[in-house]
Design a protein around this ligand. Sequence first.
Ligand code: SF4
Length: 458
Amino acid sequence: MRLKFKNDYSEKLRNILGDKKLTYIIDTMGCQMNENDSLKYMGILEDAGFSKTSDEKSANLILFNTCCVRENAENTLFGRLGKLKIRKQKEKNVYIVVVGCMSQQKHILDKIKKSYPFVDIILGTNSMYSFPQKLYERIVNNEKYKSFNEIDLDVIEEIPIVYDDKYKASVSIIYGCNNYCTYCIVPYVRGKERSRKLEDILEDVKTLAKKGYKEIMYIGQNVNSYGKDLEVKTNFAELLRETEKIEGIEIIRFISPHPKDFTDELIDTIANSRKIARQIHLPLQSGSTKILKLMNRKYTKEEYLNLAARISQRVKGVSFSTDIIVGFPGETDEDFEDTIDVVKKVKYDQIYMYIYSKRVGTAAEKLEDNTPYSKKVERLETLKKLNENIVGENNKLIVGKTFKVLVEGKSKTNEELYTGRTDTNKIVVFIANDEFTGKIVSVKITSEHLWFLKGEII
Ligand code: SF4
């Protein structure tokens, strides 16, 4: 169901806070979805009269937007909460809030209640809309709120959002995931797939275009599953085609698609588009059909390679990136060789690679894992070196070519240069001036380095 965000409690908070000038800071862990959620938490807090600070020591409200995809994120959160204990003892009116995927897990909630009882509010992944009310009740009535039970499966529209960039913005199009990959906790903590209505998404993008945004990134756990759950039938390819028509938007990106949902219609839509970036993140996870089956990924090595080949044939100059898990339970040297084989064939420009991390509550938790950790580290190193060699070779091939680039501003590492990304998502630096910032320019690549390129505006 589609519901509209209610801001009555934001208004009440504004009224009671008056000119107290309370500040907030948000610590975001994890993926693009979490980053986008944090922008909405910023929107809600600013709507309620809080203002942003970068100084945690003086912040009146500290919000942790958590991720539970990897184990070390839990240790990071507990370490951070531990450090806040003394401050909480001294300052009654500093509010600590924990939201995001971790807060949807019972063992985490139990641990916070037992070891960090000073936390004021814990909200699950789909309870963002109730944040103003919980905050009001905490500030006015001193009520603490800690519940992970609200997996509310409605889509809430019109949540205020504060973008931290003036020219590029991410837009959520689908929440949750139905895939149940055996290593992944997301379907348990974010619920089933719920697509936003096409018109709501397009309305958001039109508003962004009017404000001067040039680039949008559609985000979701499985973007190309978009529309399957909607009454009015549509799909991700149609959403992209409709977005292409919006004046002012010049670059369209998306993350992450699932290989099993990558249709020929979608490939054709990208191939025929003038605005969709020539960069596709195509999560592989493993190159071994045996391991892919254990992961419940629903494609084989051959099907994946066939898909990558079809995309390369249709979308000229496409660049691929991917995610790979090394050391999944049962992965043998032969299985790892299959992964290496796919990497050599697809020639990815970027690989987000991880050593398998067991997550409580997933199907893979019960799989026997006999591979020594040192062996997994060795495989990761092999993959890293191979990726660097491939990226080096790929980069040599693009020297002399010209790319459409959104000028993002001054380079953080060299104040004399400006920076942007090619539509294949490679960082490029070049000489420009402030007048170019926020504009789309053509940049010819003049030299290559491993993780960035140099170019000149032509
Ligand atoms: S597609 Fe698989 S890995 Fe991605 S969010 Fe869904 S269950 Fe997790």
